[in-house]
Ligand binder design. Sequence first.
Ligand code: C5P
Length: 238
Amino acid sequence: MNTPLIIALDFARKLEVFKFLEHFQGEKLFLKVGMELFYQEGPAIIYELKEKEHRIFLDLKLHDIPNTVKSAMKGLARLGCDLVNVHAAGGKEMMMAALEGLEAGTISGNNRPACIAVTQLTSTSEEQMKKEQLIGVSLEESVLHYASLAKESGLEGVVCSTHEAAMIRKSVGGSFCIVTPGIRLIEDDIQDQKRVSTPEFARKNGATAIVVGRSITRSKEPFESYQTIKKQWEGVLV
Ligand code: C5P
Protein backbone atom coordinates (compact mmCIF):
# COMPACT_ATOMS: atom_id res chain seq x y z
CA MET A 1 0.00 0.00 0.00
CA ASN A 2 3.15 2.27 0.17
CA THR A 3 2.61 5.34 2.39
CA PRO A 4 -0.43 7.25 1.21
CA LEU A 5 -2.02 10.42 2.47
CA ILE A 6 -5.70 9.50 2.43
CA ILE A 7 -8.21 12.34 2.14
CA ALA A 8 -11.44 11.75 4.09
CA LEU A 9 -14.31 12.79 1.82
CA ASP A 10 -16.60 13.70 4.69
CA PHE A 11 -19.31 15.22 2.51
CA ALA A 12 -22.96 14.22 2.25
CA ARG A 13 -23.49 14.58 -1.49
CA LYS A 14 -21.50 13.82 -4.59
CA LEU A 15 -21.94 17.37 -5.89
CA GLU A 16 -19.87 18.63 -2.96
CA VAL A 17 -17.30 15.88 -3.57
CA PHE A 18 -16.76 16.73 -7.20
CA LYS A 19 -16.66 20.45 -6.42
CA PHE A 20 -13.97 19.75 -3.83
CA LEU A 21 -12.03 17.52 -6.26
CA GLU A 22 -11.85 20.38 -8.77
CA HIS A 23 -9.00 21.67 -6.61
CA PHE A 24 -6.97 18.54 -7.50
CA GLN A 25 -7.10 18.48 -11.31
CA GLY A 26 -4.95 15.68 -12.70
CA GLU A 27 -3.92 14.29 -9.28
CA LYS A 28 -4.49 10.61 -8.60
CA LEU A 29 -5.59 10.60 -4.97
CA PHE A 30 -6.29 8.06 -2.24
CA LEU A 31 -9.79 8.93 -1.04
CA LYS A 32 -11.74 7.75 1.97
CA VAL A 33 -15.47 7.34 1.49
CA GLY A 34 -17.20 7.06 4.84
CA MET A 35 -20.70 6.44 6.07
CA GLU A 36 -21.95 9.98 5.46
CA LEU A 37 -21.29 9.85 1.73
CA PHE A 38 -21.87 6.14 1.09
CA TYR A 39 -25.25 6.11 2.82
CA GLN A 40 -26.41 9.05 0.69
CA GLU A 41 -24.93 8.21 -2.67
CA GLY A 42 -24.54 4.43 -2.54
CA PRO A 43 -22.13 2.25 -4.54
CA ALA A 44 -22.33 4.57 -7.58
CA ILE A 45 -20.01 7.07 -5.89
CA ILE A 46 -17.29 4.39 -5.67
CA TYR A 47 -17.56 3.59 -9.37
CA GLU A 48 -17.42 7.29 -10.28
CA LEU A 49 -14.32 7.92 -8.19
CA LYS A 50 -12.61 4.78 -9.50
CA GLU A 51 -13.33 5.87 -13.04
CA LYS A 52 -11.13 8.88 -12.32
CA GLU A 53 -8.40 6.45 -11.18
CA HIS A 54 -8.45 7.41 -7.53
CA ARG A 55 -7.75 4.69 -4.96
CA ILE A 56 -10.52 4.12 -2.44
CA PHE A 57 -10.66 3.39 1.26
CA LEU A 58 -14.29 2.49 2.02
CA ASP A 59 -14.55 3.32 5.71
CA LEU A 60 -17.78 1.68 6.87
CA LYS A 61 -16.34 0.14 10.07
CA LEU A 62 -18.38 -3.05 9.96
CA HIS A 63 -19.34 -4.52 13.34
CA ASP A 64 -22.00 -7.27 13.38
CA ILE A 65 -22.33 -11.04 13.69
CA PRO A 66 -19.76 -12.94 11.58
CA ASN A 67 -22.24 -14.18 8.99
CA THR A 68 -23.65 -10.72 8.32
CA VAL A 69 -20.18 -9.19 8.04
CA LYS A 70 -19.10 -11.96 5.66
CA SER A 71 -22.08 -11.35 3.35
CA ALA A 72 -21.67 -7.57 3.51
CA MET A 73 -17.97 -7.82 2.66
CA LYS A 74 -18.75 -10.11 -0.26
CA GLY A 75 -20.84 -7.31 -1.72
CA LEU A 76 -18.32 -4.59 -0.92
CA ALA A 77 -15.47 -6.55 -2.57
CA ARG A 78 -17.36 -6.37 -5.87
CA LEU A 79 -17.06 -2.57 -5.83
CA GLY A 80 -13.30 -2.87 -6.35
CA CYS A 81 -12.17 -0.74 -3.38
CA ASP A 82 -8.54 -0.86 -2.29
CA LEU A 83 -9.14 -0.82 1.45
CA VAL A 84 -12.07 -1.61 3.78
CA ASN A 85 -12.41 -1.93 7.55
CA VAL A 86 -14.16 -3.48 10.54
CA HIS A 87 -14.21 -2.80 14.28
CA ALA A 88 -11.78 -5.14 16.07
CA ALA A 89 -14.28 -5.15 18.95
CA GLY A 90 -16.42 -7.46 16.76
CA GLY A 91 -13.93 -10.24 17.57
CA LYS A 92 -11.65 -12.68 15.81
CA GLU A 93 -14.40 -14.81 14.29
CA MET A 94 -16.00 -11.71 12.78
CA MET A 95 -12.68 -10.45 11.37
CA MET A 96 -11.95 -13.85 9.79
CA ALA A 97 -15.46 -13.90 8.34
CA ALA A 98 -14.81 -10.44 6.85
CA LEU A 99 -11.78 -11.80 5.01
CA GLU A 100 -13.71 -14.83 3.76
CA GLY A 101 -16.41 -12.53 2.40
CA LEU A 102 -13.83 -10.32 0.69
CA GLU A 103 -12.13 -13.33 -0.93
CA ALA A 104 -15.48 -14.65 -2.13
CA GLY A 105 -16.60 -11.31 -3.58
CA THR A 106 -13.39 -10.23 -5.32
CA ILE A 107 -13.85 -10.30 -9.06
CA SER A 108 -11.43 -12.69 -10.75
CA GLY A 109 -8.26 -10.90 -11.87
CA ASN A 110 -8.64 -8.11 -9.28
CA ASN A 111 -6.79 -7.82 -5.98
CA ARG A 112 -8.78 -8.50 -2.84
CA PRO A 113 -9.31 -5.24 -0.93
CA ALA A 114 -6.98 -4.98 2.06
CA CYS A 115 -8.86 -5.10 5.36
CA ILE A 116 -7.89 -3.26 8.52
CA ALA A 117 -9.46 -3.04 11.97
CA VAL A 118 -10.40 0.02 14.00
CA THR A 119 -8.91 -0.35 17.48
CA GLN A 120 -10.23 2.56 19.55
CA LEU A 121 -11.62 5.58 17.72
CA THR A 122 -9.37 8.63 17.85
CA SER A 123 -12.34 10.53 19.30
CA THR A 124 -12.32 8.25 22.38
CA SER A 125 -10.33 9.27 25.46
CA GLU A 126 -9.04 6.81 28.05
CA GLU A 127 -11.45 8.19 30.65
CA GLN A 128 -14.39 7.70 28.29
CA MET A 129 -13.27 4.16 27.38
CA LYS A 130 -13.07 3.16 31.04
CA LYS A 131 -16.35 4.78 32.01
CA GLU A 132 -18.47 3.90 29.00
CA GLN A 133 -16.98 0.65 27.68
CA LEU A 134 -16.05 -0.64 31.16
CA ILE A 135 -12.59 -1.58 29.89
CA GLY A 136 -10.30 -1.74 32.93
CA VAL A 137 -6.89 -1.61 31.19
CA SER A 138 -5.18 1.49 29.79
CA LEU A 139 -6.16 2.82 26.36
CA GLU A 140 -2.76 1.74 25.03
CA GLU A 141 -3.23 -1.82 26.27
CA SER A 142 -6.69 -1.98 24.75
CA VAL A 143 -5.40 -0.73 21.38
CA LEU A 144 -2.48 -3.16 21.45
CA HIS A 145 -4.77 -6.05 22.30
CA TYR A 146 -7.07 -5.22 19.40
CA ALA A 147 -4.07 -4.88 17.06
CA SER A 148 -2.80 -8.36 18.02
CA LEU A 149 -6.29 -9.78 17.56
CA ALA A 150 -6.50 -8.21 14.08
CA LYS A 151 -3.10 -9.67 13.16
CA GLU A 152 -4.04 -13.13 14.44
CA SER A 153 -7.22 -12.94 12.37
CA GLY A 154 -5.15 -12.37 9.22
CA LEU A 155 -6.06 -8.70 8.66
CA GLU A 156 -3.56 -6.42 6.93
CA GLY A 157 -3.48 -3.70 9.57
CA VAL A 158 -5.24 -1.39 11.99
CA VAL A 159 -6.59 2.11 12.37
CA CYS A 160 -5.29 3.81 15.52
CA SER A 161 -4.01 7.16 16.74
CA THR A 162 -0.43 8.17 16.01
CA HIS A 163 0.22 7.96 19.75
CA GLU A 164 -0.14 4.18 19.64
CA ALA A 165 1.57 3.60 16.27
CA ALA A 166 5.13 3.07 17.55
CA MET A 167 4.01 0.60 20.22
CA ILE A 168 2.01 -1.40 17.66
CA ARG A 169 4.86 -1.37 15.15
CA LYS A 170 7.20 -2.76 17.82
CA SER A 171 4.78 -5.44 18.88
CA VAL A 172 3.34 -6.72 15.59
CA GLY A 173 6.27 -6.17 13.25
CA GLY A 174 7.13 -4.62 9.92
CA SER A 175 4.57 -5.38 7.25
CA PHE A 176 1.44 -4.53 9.24
CA CYS A 177 -0.37 -1.38 7.98
CA ILE A 178 -0.89 1.31 10.58
CA VAL A 179 -3.41 3.88 9.38
CA THR A 180 -3.69 6.98 11.55
CA PRO A 181 -6.46 9.58 11.50
CA GLY A 182 -6.64 12.53 13.89
CA ILE A 183 -4.03 14.48 11.93
CA ARG A 184 -3.74 18.23 12.42
CA LEU A 185 -1.20 20.92 11.56
CA ILE A 186 0.04 22.83 14.63
CA GLU A 187 -2.20 25.81 13.79
CA ASP A 188 -5.39 23.73 13.25
CA ASP A 189 -8.40 23.41 15.55
CA ILE A 190 -8.70 19.80 16.90
CA GLN A 191 -12.57 19.86 16.76
CA ASP A 192 -14.12 16.61 18.13
CA GLN A 193 -10.90 14.58 17.97
CA LYS A 194 -9.05 13.83 21.23
CA ARG A 195 -5.81 12.05 20.26
CA VAL A 196 -4.43 14.24 17.47
CA SER A 197 -0.93 14.89 16.15
CA THR A 198 1.00 16.30 13.21
CA PRO A 199 1.88 14.39 10.00
CA GLU A 200 5.54 14.48 11.02
CA PHE A 201 4.77 12.84 14.37
CA ALA A 202 2.82 10.11 12.51
CA ARG A 203 5.78 9.41 10.21
CA LYS A 204 8.30 9.27 13.03
CA ASN A 205 6.10 6.88 14.98
CA GLY A 206 5.82 4.28 12.22
CA ALA A 207 2.42 5.04 10.67
CA THR A 208 2.07 3.69 7.11
CA ALA A 209 -0.80 5.95 6.06
CA ILE A 210 -2.47 9.07 7.41
CA VAL A 211 -6.13 9.98 7.05
CA VAL A 212 -6.82 13.70 6.85
CA GLY A 213 -10.29 15.20 6.75
CA ARG A 214 -11.15 18.70 7.81
CA SER A 215 -7.59 20.10 7.62
CA ILE A 216 -7.93 19.67 3.84
CA THR A 217 -11.68 19.50 3.12
CA ARG A 218 -12.52 22.62 5.15
CA SER A 219 -9.41 24.53 4.15
CA LYS A 220 -9.80 27.74 2.15
CA GLU A 221 -7.08 26.40 -0.12
CA PRO A 222 -7.48 22.61 -0.17
CA PHE A 223 -4.71 21.86 -2.68
CA GLU A 224 -2.17 24.00 -0.80
CA SER A 225 -3.13 22.37 2.52
CA TYR A 226 -2.82 18.95 0.88
CA GLN A 227 0.67 19.78 -0.40
CA THR A 228 1.81 21.11 2.99
CA ILE A 229 0.54 18.05 4.84
CA LYS A 230 1.94 15.68 2.19
CA LYS A 231 5.39 17.26 2.43
CA GLN A 232 5.40 16.99 6.22
CA TRP A 233 4.18 13.40 6.00
CA GLU A 234 6.83 12.44 3.44
CA GLY A 235 9.54 14.27 5.35
CA VAL A 236 10.30 16.72 2.56
CA LEU A 237 11.97 19.82 3.99
CA VAL A 238 10.05 23.02 3.26
O1 C5P B 1 -11.66 15.75 9.94
P1 C5P B 1 -10.75 14.71 10.51
O2 C5P B 1 -9.32 14.79 9.97
O3 C5P B 1 -10.82 14.64 12.02
O4 C5P B 1 -11.35 13.32 9.94
C1 C5P B 1 -10.88 12.07 10.34
C2 C5P B 1 -11.54 11.00 9.54
O5 C5P B 1 -11.03 9.74 9.99
C3 C5P B 1 -13.06 10.93 9.70
O6 C5P B 1 -13.59 10.54 8.44
C4 C5P B 1 -13.28 9.82 10.72
O7 C5P B 1 -14.48 9.11 10.50
C5 C5P B 1 -12.07 8.90 10.47
N1 C5P B 1 -11.64 8.07 11.60
C6 C5P B 1 -11.24 8.60 12.82
N2 C5P B 1 -10.83 7.76 13.85
C7 C5P B 1 -10.79 6.44 13.66
C8 C5P B 1 -11.18 5.90 12.42
C9 C5P B 1 -11.59 6.75 11.39
O8 C5P B 1 -11.23 9.81 12.98
N3 C5P B 1 -10.32 5.65 14.61
